[in-house]
Design a protein around this ligand. Structure first.
Ligand code: MG
Length: 331
């Protein structure tokens, strides 16, 4: 298989890999990209969903680097970060061990920021390859297991710490929680952390609106008897105010990761319940569900990429999928 990821000594998966390329019975327009409202104009009629890589145990944290034209993502249980090259589809191991890294993002200078479950910290990979620890403790206590991360245009770093990585050995290791399951902001000048939200059951994916006046944050507490919803907050300097529920029609499934497009639509992952709902959802800024992308696997997270930011990459369980859209990522 030309672009396959099979037989590599780094391929710890032992199942039969899924076929790469367009999904079965693809015909334009791809009916797996579904408009529910006339405001959903993102579907590109002459494009289809592709599986671009497979053979992972649990794909998460996709991030695209335009300067190098590659996508990175985490394969959490296999303790590695993978890299896909846009020019020829080659997939290889970027980092192993990765300390069971989950969420990744790019900062405004183009550096990789990562949430490491096992080391219970947030790191930055410098241009020379050194790894800088941005935070591993709050008030002297260890973080739980940072999950997802986003950077504002003022270089402040916002991340969630729900602790899935210390719940058991699959995504990190079993450990006691020393701090609450909070959302944090790292100040760009001092590097100091402040808690910006402390009333989540399991804070997870997060994304700013294009003007950065709003911050959307997923609560995936449904995994532990809590809610399955997205909340939105007004961003007031370094603080969050006026939190309210933005979307809550996920049960019995839930959402995990999220990105916002340049028109302010919220794109979030979906899965863990009805297979017909697996994939991605698109919500208008007013909270209306306007579109869906149907994938053959549960989707954990997504990002926009490509030189023009109009290609959506989706981390879907054992595979990574992509589709070109008529919209662009906000960042
Ligand atoms: Mg997550």
């Amino acid at each position: 298989m030309e672009h396959g990821f099979t037989g590599s000594p780094h391929d710890f998966g032992r199942h039969e890999p899924l076929p790469l390329g367009h999904l079965p019975a693809t015909r334009y327009p791809d009916t797996r990209v579904e408009a529910l409202d006339r405001r959903f104009t993102a579907r590109q009629g002459n494009a289809a969903i592709e599986r671009i890589a497979t053979g992972f145990r649990w794909a998460e944290g996709p991030v695209y680097f335009p300067a190098g034209r590659y996508l990175l993502w985490s394969d959490i249980p296999n303790n590695r970060i993978l890299r896909w090259l846009e020019d020829d589809g080659h997939v290889s191991v970027f980092r192993a061990p990765s300390n069971y890294t989950n969420g990744n993002t790019r900062d405004r200078q183009g550096r990789l920021l990562s949430c490491e479950h096992d080391a219970r910290r947030v790191t930055r990979t410098e241009f020379d390859g050194r790894i800088t620890v941005l935070i591993d403790r709050y008030d002297g206590k260890r973080l739980n297991a940072p999950n997802d991360i986003v950077v504002a245009s003022d270089d402040s770093i916002w991340f969630t710490d729900p602790g899935y990585g210390i719940d058991g050995p699959y995504e990190g290791h079993t450990a006691e929680s020393e701090v609450g399951r909070h959302v944090y902001r790292l100040d760009p000048a001092s590097g100091q952390a402040t808690i910006v939200a402390d009333d989540f059951v399991r804070p997870n994916g997060l994304a700013f609106s294009p003007d950065e006046k709003l911050l959307y944050i997923v609560d995936s507490g449904a995994t532990h008897g809590g809610p399955a919803h997205i909340r939105v907050f007004d961003v007031d300097g370094g603080k969050l105010r006026n939190g309210r529920v933005f979307a809550e029609d996920f049960a019995p499934g839930f959402t995990d990761g999220m990105r916002v497009d340049s028109e302010g639509n919220v794109w979030c992952s979906m899965g863990w319940a009805d297979p017909a709902e697996d994939g991605v959802r698109c919500y208008a800024p007013d909270g209306d569900l306007i579109g869906k992308i149907h994938l053959p696997e549960t989707c954990a997270n997504l990002c926009f990429g490509g030189a023009k930011k109009h290609r959506l990459f989706m981390a879907g369980s054992t595979s990574v999928y992509s589709v070109f859209l008529n919209t662009t990522g906000a960042v």
